[in-house]
Design a protein around this ligand. Structure first.
Ligand SMILES: C[S@@+](CC[C@H](N)C(=O)[O-])C[C@H]1O[C@@H](n2cnc3c(N)ncnc32)[C@H](O)[C@@H]1O
Length: 248
């Protein structure tokens, strides 16, 4: 049974040296914030109800872990790269609203998100910048204390953020990166391969609830959710490739 974060260099589980984002920790967060998460899930579900035009990409378990890590970390400055229609954006803003503090800076080439995020979530806590995040790099606050990336899934985009963005940010902040574990391993020449190599070079580890990569962790979290009456899907999806780690 996998209880530890995953070493990106191998299929073996090994413990993180820093504060661990692992199965026990995430399970504890599910229990701690169960009531708020239940409310957040129902509000998110309402955003998808007809005649909504919101197209959601992030899977439930990925969105929930992001929400829980945000509730725990209580960041003042969150950076999100890749909003599309705002599914992740609304989850993040909901966590900041439930925290009663924090501002989200979002970046995307397309601006669908500005028509989708309800004013009640956006007002006073959201700044959207349209354009290629790489060209707006100087507008990404170096004070970010939580980073969420779900944008271009190319190796070149990942090389940009590991070389140009990560070094500007404070070590110790939680980071979420999508599209890594669609399968047991990240494919060569992809964003996933680049970020996993970067983590391995720093002897850092990551956590994933990806059904393809870590089926036992995935099933254990599903059990935790069911035990808290959080089992009913907000949206149907079986793909959950996101990784979570602490920046070093
Ligand atoms: C998979 S979608 C994001 C989905 C969203 N996070 C959600 O939960 O529904 C990826 C988004 O990244 C944006 N994107 C791609 N390359 C980008 C770049 N260089 N800078 C900013 N945004 C980019 C795309 O326009 C697209 O909207």
């Amino acid at each position: 049974m996998h209880h530890q974060p995953i070493d990106p260099r191998s299929t073996d589980a090994r413990p993180a040296a820093g504060p661990a984002i692992d199965l026990d920790h995430i399970s504890r967060l599910y229990r701690t914030f169960a009531e708020d998460l239940d409310r957040a899930r129902e509000r998110q579900r309402a955003l998808l109800a007809p005649p909504a035009s919101m197209k959601a990409q992030l899977d439930d378990i990925e969105a929930e872990i992001t929400y829980l890590l945000l509730r725990e970390a209580r960041p003042e400055t969150v950076v999100e790269i890749g909003t599309f229609h705002g599914w992740s954006t609304t989850w993040i803003l909901r966590a900041l609203r439930d925290n009663g503090t924090g501002h989200l800076h979002s970046y995307d080439i397309v601006d669908h998100v500005v028509r989708e995020v309800p004013d009640a979530l956006a007002t006073g806590r959201w700044t959207f910048t349209q354009g290629d995040a790489r060209k707006n790099a100087e507008r990404i606050p170096a004070t970010a204390d939580f980073l969420f990336i779900d944008a271009a899934h190319s190796a070149s985009f990942a090389r940009w953020y590991v070389r140009e963005l990560f070094p500007r940010l404070r070590p110790g902040i939680p980071v979420c990166v999508h599209d890594v574990f669609h399968g047991r391993r990240a494919l060569p020449f992809t964003e996933g391969a680049v970020v996993l190599r970067w983590l391995a070079e720093r002897e850092n580890t990551c956590f994933t609830a990806s059904r393809a990569r870590a089926p036992e962790i995935h099933d254990r979290l599903k059990d935790v959710k069911r035990s808290l009456a959080l089992g009913h899907p907000v949206r149907e999806s079986t793909d959950n490739p996101m990784i979570f780690f602490t920046l070093r």
